[in-house]
Design a protein. Structure first.
Length: 213
């Protein structure tokens, strides 16, 4: 369907980690280590915070200012040193959306520093997006829809003409609350656990086509 322009401007709104890049296992291991180090009581802490901005994580779980400063440094050092593996089919799918006239955005809880690391490693990715909404641009983390509503507004699209691509429960809820159609990637959570939380569940962008949207 290349070069076929939609009658209405359509928006594709992508979460980042676990959707475009296969980093969720790395973040899960990192935050599990943080939870053990600071003796947090919740055994599911690393999963509870998925989709949450660093600012909200620090204010909710680590009220001590010195600890917050240490964690910011730890997170940025971690993000500066990891490899950002792109999921199979991502580049081709983004190119097909551009060719079809869709507007494309990233909506991530990541901060601007992390995005600099990412685009330094993957310079081709930045040019695929019309808008990038980071955690520094919103006041409320997912599952609040603020990030997706912001992206739709900046793209000039109505939320109901947007499709959100997410992997986390918090992100899927944010997309639904924004009024968009929601596609769940079964990369972080199982298909069974995602049932009823999205309009469509896929394992990979390689299996997705425009008719499915």
């Amino acid at each position: 369907m290349n070069n076929i322009k939609p009658a209405t401007t359509r928006g594709a709104l992508f979460d980042l980690d676990g959707v475009l890049i296969n980093t969720e296992p790395l973040y899960t291991a990192f935050w599990e280590q943080v939870g053990h180090k600071y003796q947090l009581p919740s055994p599911t802490f690393a999963y509870d915070i998925k989709g949450t901005t660093l600012k909200d994580i620090l204010s909710r779980y680590f009220p001590d200012k010195a600890t917050q400063d240490d964690l910011v440094n730890m997170v940025h050092q971690f993000e500066d040193n990891i490899i950002y593996p792109v999921f199979d089919g991502v580049k081709e799918f983004l190119d097909s959306l551009q060719d079809a006239g869709w507007k494309i955005a990233i909506v991530t809880s990541s901060d601007n520093t992390k995005m600099e690391y990412l685009f330094n490693q993957l310079p081709w990715m930045k040019s695929r997006f019309d808008v990038i909404v980071t955690g520094s641009m919103v006041s409320r983390s997912k599952p609040d829809p603020e990030g997706y509503l912001t992206a739709a507004r900046l793209l000039g699209c109505s939320p109901e003409n947007c499709v959100v691509f997410e992997d986390s429960f918090q992100g899927l809820e944010a997309g639904r609350r924004a009024g968009a159609k929601v596609v769940a990637l079964a990369t972080t959570n199982s298909r069974e656990s995602l049932a009823g939380k999205a309009d469509l569940i896929i394992d990979s962008f390689q299996e997705l086509n425009f008719e499915m949207l």
